[in-house]
Design a protein around this ligand. Structure first.
Ligand code: F6R
Length: 635
């Protein structure tokens, strides 16, 4: 498909980050080998952050399994926080060692990473030297980049000039907010960084920028399709003559070729594209669907679509009805006697068993609290499976509060005081001595997990399910005590299968969220998909009458065209949902991991549900107070 009319940088879209990373790794490996064959150095510019991790995994694999040697490789890293000690958890020196350098045969002296330990007076000279070293090696052969939400490349924040070189810069507020969770709080993020300049990057002979996940979709669109401007430094790359952008599908979602492919080239219309196009046109023209005219369709290059369905009227009605049928106030199905209008409903049995998978202990109520309430109100047997303990998101002072409570509890009721007193003392001591970024002891981690468990149980009781229907899976992949998690393991999948086999649900609700900043939701979803796949292969009987609905996590809602079930929420239900969210006191007022939205979870969730309702309304569908949206997963 020719997207050149809109896209000013050559762009490749891969199914997944893993596939995109493999393509980049292959190019790097070929370059290293070609240079080695010519007895030349290969000078690589490297990035840190979440984007290149799977690239580094692949390079390490190639080194181990395919004998790829890095003996002739010279590296220059883009940046480092300032000030920063190399051994600190967030240091890019440490990052590079852990992800790449410790696992390959690169000579230590070939590695160059900006030094975060310098005195202020020494930085300028150091940066000049850094540039000189790059030149001495003949320039960077291939530069790897990620992109920040500000559009920064390296740490060249908005305002960076095209001629900027390696220097000390101040981090943009958005970048600081994004880094907050790595630093256990915004207040611990350094305000500055040493970064290669835009010119340093532009001088590289080849540049590959990688971006994954829907969080990057808006800035990727501006980078690839927008005007060159210092307010999005990545747009400078439009002037580089050997640059490629590698995306996964989620990061490409806002590109015109994906969002509105009919504007890019002639397309073969089908029902799904027609739905997307009509919703898009209605939003673009700000007209309800039933008021779209032949003229609107032709003005937006959609004449073929009208021809396909004979008239604007026909297509309008068709898509309108489809959307109308996604609205379903009976998520568990209507009881006997009431007519079914909703296509995806499972009529039997009337009373269903449902499992709501909640990656963290509060996603159930934040993301689908209204539907949870409805299912319970309608008499279905609802179970909630809390996949992880969520312990890293508990503030230290909350942990101390609960240890103190336990201590007083024992005293007041005359229980074995010594034990609780010694636990209390040890916990307060550990927390007092903890520095930002230090990992909690297993004892403190357990206590923090209990804080969240208690809140989740309170939430369930408020919604109206008994304690025995709240399941705490404590999936092992999560239990590292740090933001970085282990990969999904066999035990995680087994725990998921066991739970499903125990409940034998007719409905499964799971977080289909792809933009969770820490990736926990993605791993939790993978565990469910893998468990379902295996159960299916085992010919599991109950699975034949089981539907899977994906809700979005706290960060984003499904696009209108992706919604298969829209559950309307009344004003009273919205208030009850808010109260259920309030049971998660440790996440209230000031969550430890706010992501890039400063609002509290109940505020984000209400705004999002109200906004979905408004969007349905603006298409000309009924006006509800709020809507929770689901996409069906067919396995
Ligand atoms: C990292 C760097 C930054 C990141 C960008 C994206 O060395 O220079 O520009 O590439 O902030 O970060 P992630 O990949 O974590 O989303």
């Amino acid at each position: 498909m020719s997207a050149t009319k809109f896209e000013k940088i050559p762009t490749k879209i891969f199914d997944s980050a893993a596939d995109g990373s493999k393509a980049a790794a292959y190019e790097i490996a070929s370059l290293i080998r070609m240079k080695a064959a010519n007895r030349e150095n290969c000078v690589l510019g490297l990035a840190t952050g979440s984007s290149p991790t799977s690239l580094y995994d692949e390079l390490v694999r190639m080194h181990r399994q395919e004998g790829l040697s890095f003996k002739n490789v010279i590296t220059f890293n883009l940046d480092e926080y300032y000030p920063m000690q190399p051994a600190a958890l967030q240091s890019y020196v440490r990052f590079m060692k852990e992800y790449l350098f410790d696992h390959i045969d690169i000579p230590k002296e070939n590695i160059h990473i900006p030094d975060g330990t310098l005195g202020k007076g020494d930085v300028q000279e150091y940066c000049r030297n850094f540039e000189r070293k790059i030149e001495d090696y003949g320039g960077i052969d291939l530069q790897i980049l990620g992109i920040g939400r500000t559009g920064h490349i390296g740490f060249n924040e908005p305002g960076s000039g095209i001629n900027s070189l390696t220097r000390l810069i101040s981090l943009d507020h958005i970048t600081i907010v994004d880094a907050a969770s790595d630093f256990f709080g915004e207040e611990n993020v350094p305000l500055k960084a040493i970064t290669m300049g835009v010119k340093t990057i532009m001088n590289a002979k080849r540049v590959i920028l990688m971006a994954w996940g829907e969080g990057k979709a808006p800035i990727i669109k501006r980078t690839i399709e927008g005007e060159i401007s210092d307010s999005v430094p990545a747009t400078y790359l439009q002037n580089h003559d050997n640059v490629s952008i590698i995306l996964d599908e989620a990061a490409s979602a806002n590109l015109t070729r994906v969002k509105a492919p009919w504007l890019v080239s002639d397309i073969e219309w089908n029902e799904d594209l027609a739905k997307r196009a009509v919703i898009w046109l209605s939003q673009e023209t700000k007209k309800p669907i039933l008021k779209l005219t032949n003229r609107d369709y032709s003005e937006y290059k959609m004449v073929d679509l009208v021809t396909e369905y004979d008239s604007a009227h026909n297509i309008n009605i068709r898509i309108f009805r489809h959307l109308q049928n996604t609205i379903n106030g009976w998520p568990g199905g209507k009881p006997e006697g009431l007519s079914y209008k909703y296509g995806a409903e499972q009529p039997k049995p009337d009373k269903k068993r449902a499992v709501i998978f909640s990656p963290h202990p509060d996603d159930d109520v934040i993301s689908m609290g209204g539907t949870f309430l409805r299912l319970v109100d309608h008499g279905h047997e609802v179970h909630v499976a809390y996949q992880t303990s969520g312990n890293i998101a508990v503030f230290d002072d909350d942990a101390v509060r609960f240890a103190d409570f336990m201590n007083d509890f024992h005293e007041i009721f005359g229980l074995e005081k010594e034990v609780s007193n010694s636990i209390y003392k040890s916990i307060t001591k550990q927390i007092k001595e903890k520095k930002p970024g230090d990992v909690d002891s297993p004892e403190v981690q357990k206590l923090k997990g209990l804080v969240r468990r208690g809140e989740a149980k309170a939430g369930c009781r408020y919604v109206g399910i008994p304690d025995k229907q709240a399941h705490f899976m404590d999936m092992p992949f999560y239990e590292t005590g740090t933001v970085k998690k282990k990969p999904l393991g066999e035990e995680d999948i087994q725990i998921t299968m066991e739970l499903l086999n125990k409940v034998k649900p007719h409905q499964i609700y799971a977080a289909g969220d792809l933009s969770d900043p820490h990736g926990t939701h993605r791993v939790c979803l993978k565990a469910i998909f893998e468990a379902l796949e295996r159960l299916k292969n085992n010919n599991t009987k109950w699975l034949k009458n089981c539907q899977v609905w994906l809700y979005r996590g706290a960060w984003q809602e499904w696009d209108l065209e992706d919604i298969d079930m829209a559950v309307p929420i009344s004003p009273d239900e919205l208030l009850r949902k808010r109260r259920a969210i309030f049971k998660h006191q440790s996440q209230k007022d000031r969550p430890l991991f706010p992501g890039h939205d400063a609002r509290e979870f109940w505020q984000r969730s209400e705004a999002r549900n109200k906004n979905t309702a408004k969007m349905f309304d603006s298409l000309g569908l009924p006006e509800y107070e709020a809507i929770e949206a689901f996409k069906q997963y067919h396995f």
